[in-house]
Write a protein that binds this ligand. Structure first.
Ligand SMILES: Cc1cc2nc3c(=O)[nH]c(=O)nc-3n(C[C@H](O)[C@H](O)[C@H](O)COP(=O)(O)OP(=O)(O)OC[C@H]3O[C@@H](n4cnc5c(N)ncnc54)[C@H](O)[C@@H]3O)c2cc1C
Length: 388
């Protein structure tokens, strides 16, 4: 299936936008929007054509993520994280698992969720507490406090300690089909924003087949550096930018429209112009940096290179840090610019209040604190200061 045309994308965005307020208000998974994504083949964006997918790459992923996020950021993030998991399967699963799973993803039958966070170790990506167990070492009992779409997923990619005697950094990534798991919801998702991701707590108990190990046992660090981190940072940043950009467009059109009555920002006010320009600056910077990092990762992948070089990691982390902080700052400034009713009101015709709440999560969705300290440390290893 080829990557779809702009009319098809616009139809999907309209469906996402139509349900965005309701999924936010009711803190529920966007089932109607996801049904569209499944039916139109978007779950298979990154699945190679030989398995029936769209055969898209990172450029298509970041472009579509921006557009979908303009309709509903929760739906776009859930989809983007599914694509991140798909990339792991495409690049690192065994041939047997790829042959079984990728055609089902392409057909819209399998939505993949991600399980990395644990209560005992928090968000730290490269360690795990719960271990693979059993006589053959393929049984799992995993506590997972935050799983986007956890009760709607058809399959899970789960980080596990490699065994009861393994160290916490010896992490193995496994694929588990929901049919092979007992899934118990352990916590509800009641948050300020991103409420439509329905990122509930779950306990997953079951067994996986030996060919369901993704990457080498105990060496999750390698697949994280090659796939999970780069695709995550690119796709998340694209989503945040797309949401901020869409609402900015609505706000600019509203301010620039002929004024019906007094009140609201005045296009001829230098203060209003400066505020608009500052918001635009943040969006321009994120857009340009997103484009450059997408290009850099694409080029390295095309020549079969490694993404764990210090400078490349700094660029990927910088993208996540900059996108999360600048898009939220832009939303904050838009609230001020739009004023009380249009900017802060929950019944505003602009989804600014929701976008503001949603974007507040960006710095927490893999804690920026971890990335600031990582980039500080990585900077000692890149003394040539290889700027992007
Ligand atoms: C919308 C959304 C969807 C999510 N979906 C999923 C999902 O599908 N699957 C999944 O596994 N997880 C998911 N998460 C969880 C997420 O990836 C993070 O793991 C989680 O948000 C981190 O929790 P935390 O803020 O407690 O930070 P942690 O990373 O657990 O850190 C704990 C505390 O330590 C602080 N800290 C961290 N590093 C440092 C440092 N170096 N110096 C000082 N302080 C530090 C942090 O600020 C924080 O206060 C999701 C989160 C969000 C917001």
């Amino acid at each position: 299936m080829p990557v779809p045309n702009s009319d098809d994308v616009a139809e999907v965005v309209a469906v996402l936008a139509a349900h965005a307020a309701d999924v936010d208000a009711r803190s529920r998974f966007p089932v109607e929007s996801f049904a569209q994504l499944r039916r139109r083949g978007y779950l298979g964006l990154l699945v190679p054509a030989e398995y029936g997918g769209m055969g898209g790459g990172l450029t298509e992923l970041t472009a579509l993520a921006q557009q979908f996020a303009g309709g509903c950021l929760s739906t776009a993030m859930s989809w983007a994280m599914h694509c991140q998991q798909t990339d792991l399967v495409v690049r690192h699963a065994t041939p047997e698992l790829r042959a079984r799973l990728l055609p089902r993803i392409a057909a819209g039958e399998v939505y993949l969720a991600s399980v990395t966070t644990e209560s005992s170790k928090g968000g730290h990506l490269l360690s795990a507490h719960d271990a693979l167990r059993g006589a053959d070492g393929y049984s799992l009992d995993r506590e997972a406090p935050v799983v986007t779409g956890g009760m709607h997923a058809d399959g899970f990619l789960i980080t596990m300690r490699d065994g009861p005697d393994a160290a916490e950094h010896e992490v193995t990534l496994v694929y588990a089909d929901s049919a092979d798991l007992k899934i118990e919801q352990t916590a509800v998702w009641q948050t300020m924003g991103m409420r439509g991701t329905d990122s509930v707590g779950v306990r997953l108990v079951g067994r996986v087949a030996p060919d369901c190990v993704v990457g080498e046992r105990g060496k999750f660090r390698q697949v994280a550096a090659d796939s999970m981190v780069p695709v995550g940072h690119l796709a998340w940043s694209a989503c945040w930018l797309g949401a901020a950009r869409a609402v900015f467009g609505q706000l600019v059109r509203r301010i620039a429209a002929p004024r019906q009555k007094s009140g609201g920002p005045d296009v001829n006010s230098p203060l209003v112009q400066e505020r608009v320009a500052r918001i635009r600056l943040d969006l321009e910077l994120v857009s340009a940096y997103l484009g450059k990092v997408t290009e850099e990762v694409g080029q390295i992948r095309a020549r079969g290179g490694r993404l764990d070089m210090p400078a490349v990691q700094i660029h990927l982390n910088t993208l996540k840090l900059a996108a999360s902080e600048l898009t939220f700052r832009a939303a904050d400034r838009m609230v001020q610019l739009a004023g009380l009713a249009a900017g802060y009101g929950t019944d505003s015709p602009l989804p600014l209040e929701r976008t503001f709440r949603d974007l507040r999560s960006a710095a927490l969705n893999y804690s920026n604190d971890r990335l600031w300290t990582a980039n500080g440390t990585l900077s000692w290893a890149d003394r040539a200061v290889s700027l992007l």
